[in-house]
Design a protein around this ligand. Structure first.
Ligand code: XMP
Length: 317
């Protein structure tokens, strides 16, 4: 029978055998998968694991600093790279969701490649690929069937010449969480909702600007903090906010306003392949809506997404 302890013991032994004294480079995303993969490889080879955590300017509010700290606390050898400007300039003017994904994927590879050359003699690329990623990337491969290109699957281009090591390739998400817990990784990382690689760029409909990112970060922060404060966070598979490319009329004091609309989305799911919209309590939604409209300048309307997947997807882009 599968247990996290047995998995860890045998995986760490295999990794040690496979990697020997080689150096491994791994891109951390702040998510569960890359964090657990890193900790497993770290247990096997210690300081020979070089982690890179890129700030693409599309993360949640305070995420980069907070997560970088947790990684350092975990003993990981991690370098934080501020690449916000590179991502913003490559995204400038792009509105098509797939074009945005591709631009982000391209810049990520550039930044990662640049950083990886700082690690002399690296032989391996560590990745947090889990079993459903393997399945999904196969099933969306056909030219007519590309629904959304998940840029974190398929690895980096050949020129990096690194061998790939993917210790979580056979696991489902709940198993990854069990392994992470057993490894002693903090609940704030283990229990974290999935977050897409392209980040807030696919939750801002239309073109991306740093101003829009800042607005959405505030909205998202209010929503997520409220879910945590009320104990609802752990009952939800994934939650977030979308910044819509429209304005609507409102009234504030005696003044007419004409400002942005945000949509909140929370879903329950087992693996992200199908999902139901979450029946969050009305009082909760009312409080979150009030707080957003009162505190976030430039937003005067909040709507709640009541679509399930399929036929809607979890993200709006
Ligand atoms: P959808 O929107 O397809 O999302 O229902 C299913 C799950 O995948 C995440 N997602 C992505 N993750 N790169 C990622 O790493 C992407 O381009 C991407 N698009 C969607 C989404 O957040 C959800 O968990």
């Amino acid at each position: 029978d599968w247990t996290p302890d047995i998995f860890i013991e045998s995986t760490v032994a295999e990794l040690r055998e496979q990697i020997g004294n080689d150096k491994v480079i791994l891109g951390l995303s702040g998510g569960v998968d890359s964090s657990v993969a890193a900790m497993l490889i770290h247990q096997a080879i210690g300081k020979n694991l070089y982690c890179i955590f890129v700030d693409n300017g599309l993360l949640r509010k305070n995420e980069f600093e907070d997560v970088l700290h947790s990684y350092k606390d975990m003993g990981l050898n991690v370098k934080g790279v501020d690449a916000k400007d590179q991502f913003y300039s490559s995204l400038a003017g792009l509105t098509d969701p797939e074009a945005k994904r591709k631009a982000i994927g391209r810049v990520f590879i550039e930044v990662f490649d640049q950083e990886s050359h700082q690690v002399e003699d690296a032989k391996w690329l560590g990745q947090g690929t889990i079993y459903p990623d393997v399945i999904e990337s196969v099933s969306v491969k056909g030219p007519s069937a590309t629904i959304k290109s998940h840029h974190n699957v398929g690895g980096l281009p050949d020129f990096m010449k690194l061998k790939v090591v993917e210790p979580l390739k056979t696991l489902f998400k709940d198993e990854v969480r069990l392994v992470g817990k057993t490894l002693g990784i903090a609940d704030t990382i283990i229990g974290r909702h999935p977050f897409p690689g392209p980040g807030l760029a696919i939750r801002i409909l239309g073109d991306i600007t740093p101003e829009k990112v800042a607005i959405l970060q505030e909205v998202d922060h209010i929503f997520i903090s409220s879910l945590k404060r009320t104990g609802l966070y752990d009952q939800v598979w994934q939650a977030g906010a979308m910044l819509l490319p429209i304005q609507s009329v409102g009234v504030m004091g005696d003044e007419r306003t004409y400002e942005r609309v945000v949509a909140l989305r929370a879903v329950t799911s087992v693996d992200g392949m199908t999902a139901d919209w979450c029946h969050l309590p009305y009082e909760f939604l009312a409080d979150v809506s009030n707080e957003i409209i009162n505190k976030v300048r430039g937003v005067n309307r909040v709507v709640y997404d009541i679509s399930s997947k399929p036929p809607a997807t979890i993200e709006w882009e």
